[in-house]
Design a protein around this ligand. Structure first.
Ligand code: BG6
Length: 517
């Protein structure tokens, strides 16, 4: 397929989602519960550092780590430095580091020990006074779901919470996924959090929502006049949403065995992409309005239960195969995976949004590990033109608009054109826009944007309680269907391939095929 130059489809205006515009952040303390974990080193501290580097933090701020490990401030600062050296999108700037380092502290304690929260409070009061922070606090729960309840209860008992979103200084909480493992457990966690925090003080992270390219879905749809008139069942044949990962389960088998691809990727990231693709135009960018409109999609998602699950959902596990030329083991042979595990590492779903706009349009969703490459994208497949003129033999392929979330962020449009020459030969070409070449600015990491939004109290990019529960409700229907069918083994696909044959059949039955990503 020919590829047209990106230039004429490239962007010429300002950057999307410019972090520097209109940001106004009060001094605050970020308290990370579970600060000795991987997330802190890999994502949170590098995010705070990059915000500092861009001058987006207030002059006075504190980062306080809280965990059981025997660290002190100096040790935690050296861990922060190592993490930032390794994972930050920009190297350490020695002119900024000494100042940055001075805002990092550590308080040792166990999540279940009331005395540790008392000690934390005293330590916070001390360092906040020293650093000129007025008591605004953000509690980041980087803890397993089973510890959320305990942590928020202790936070309340130690007098850290107010349950009043308008109170100053503020007290906010960030909760990481997974929030539960099904509808009942998610509701239980949310109930417990609601006893301690007002919903407007709660920020549930789905880090996909912090990605620049995910934010730009709404910009693409609602700041261009050419797409929206076509964005419905009259013109769209189907939609494919793919989130593929190259890596196997790696060191996360303990978690993954209990989660699987459906809980790990579909319940949150993929359903959020679906919501942004399918939602009605919100009438404002206010957090509640945007989140109401996303709920509108979840409310119309056709439930998949009982036999529908066998018909519309394919699950599978990777077997041995080749990944980048190297032989890799199958899932059941991975360390800490049960040899008879039925945890899915791949899932493909045919979903429908039963409303006026999307009636009859299938949304094919797929995600998996050990696929040929890491890629996330949304592909809108438009209906073909009538079979007359150039399409008399039905050979002209329909237009496809592809939103590449990562890597190689950008978007492309496949259109039909005449191949130069005396014959009437129609060929598809792709007009391609790449963020990397259109904009000089490097995109911030998702966590940068999300942390800044919490500090500002903007919940637009966070999951509201009703959305978390609606997503779990839909996913729990599928889990129950699987439970009832009680499979003792799952179809296998070779590592390094695009999934099982059953997934090809799911889509081929309707005369369609998965895209080559
Ligand atoms: C996480 C999942 O939420 O998202 C991981 O738990 C997955 O299993 C990760 O690898 C993917 O995130 P990203 O940003 O690398 O696409």
């Amino acid at each position: 397929m020919a590829e047209a130059s990106g230039e004429n489809f490239g962007a010429s205006g300002g950057a999307l989602g410019n972090l520097g515009v209109n940001r106004c952040v009060e001094p605050f303390t970020l308290v990370i519960l579970g600060a000795s974990g991987d997330l802190t080193r890999r994502k949170l501290l590098p995010a705070v550092y990059n915000l500092a580097l861009d001058g987006l933090l207030p002059e006075n701020y504190v980062v306080m780590g809280f965990a059981r490990r025997e660290y002190d401030d100096a040790k935690f600062r050296s861990i922060a430095r190592e993490g930032i050296e390794k994972y930050s999108r920009r190297p350490i700037d020695e002119r900024v580091w000494p100042q940055f380092e001075k805002s990092i502290f550590y308080s040792r304690g166990s999540f279940d020990d009331p005395a540790a929260y008392e000690a934390l409070r005293k330590r916070l009061e001390e360092v906040e006074k020293e650093r000129g922070v007025t008591g605004n606090r953000i509690f980041y729960l980087s803890v397993p779901p089973s510890a959320i309840r305990e942590c928020v209860t202790h936070l309340r008992n130690a007098g850290f919470t107010r349950k009043n979103a308008d109170a100053r200084p503020f007290s906010r909480v960030i909760i990481e996924k997974p929030i539960g493992h099904d509808l009942a457990s998610a509701t239980e966690i949310n109930d417990c959090v609601a006893e301690v925090f007002d919903e407007r003080e709660v920020f549930r992270i789905d880090h996909y929502l912090g990605k620049e390219t995910v934010q730009s879905i709404l910009v693409l749809r609602f700041s261009n006049s050419i797409f929206e008139p076509l964005w419905n069942q009259k013109y769209i044949d189907h939609v494919q949403i793919t989130v593929s990962e190259e890596e196997g389960v790696g060191t996360r088998a303990g978690y993954y065995e209990e989660a699987g691809a459906l809980r790990d990727m579909v319940q949150n990231h993929i359903l959020q992409l679906l919501c942004l693709t399918a939602m009605e135009p919100p009438w404002s960018l206010d957090a509640e309005v945007v989140r109401d409109h996303k709920m509108g999609v979840l409310n119309c998602l056709r439930p998949l239960t009982g036999r529908d699950v066998d018909r519309d959902v394919v699950r599978a596990q990777y077997g041995p195969g080749l990944e980048n030329g190297e032989q890799v083991p199958g899932y059941r042979r991975e360390e800490r995976v049960r040899p008879d595990s039925t945890t899915e590492t791949y899932v493909a779903i045919r979903a429908y949004v039963d409303n006026w706009r999307w009636s009859g349009v299938p949304f094919y969703l797929r995600t998996g590990r050990r696929l040929p490459k890491r890629a996330s994208e949304i592909a809108i497949h438009f209906k073909g033109v009538p079979p007359v003129l150039f399409n008399a033999d039905c050979a002209v392929e329909g237009n496809v608009l592809t939103l590449r979330i990562q890597p190689d962020e950008g978007l492309s449009l496949r259109i039909a054109t005449k191949r130069p020459g005396p014959q009437e030969r129609i060929e598809p070409v792709v007009m391609d826009f790449k963020y990397g070449s259109a904009f000089a600015d490097q995109s911030p990491e998702a966590y940068e944007r999300l942390l800044l939004d919490v500090a500002e109290g903007d919940a637009t990019l966070f999951m509201r309680r009703d959305a978390v529960e609606a997503s779990w409700k839909w996913v729990t229907g599928i889990l129950d269907g699987w439970h009832t069918s009680g499979a003792r083994w799952l179809p296998e696909y070779s590592a390094g391939t695009w999934g099982p044959i059953e997934a090809d059949r799911l889509i081929a039955g309707e005369g369609r095929r998965w895209r080559e990503v």
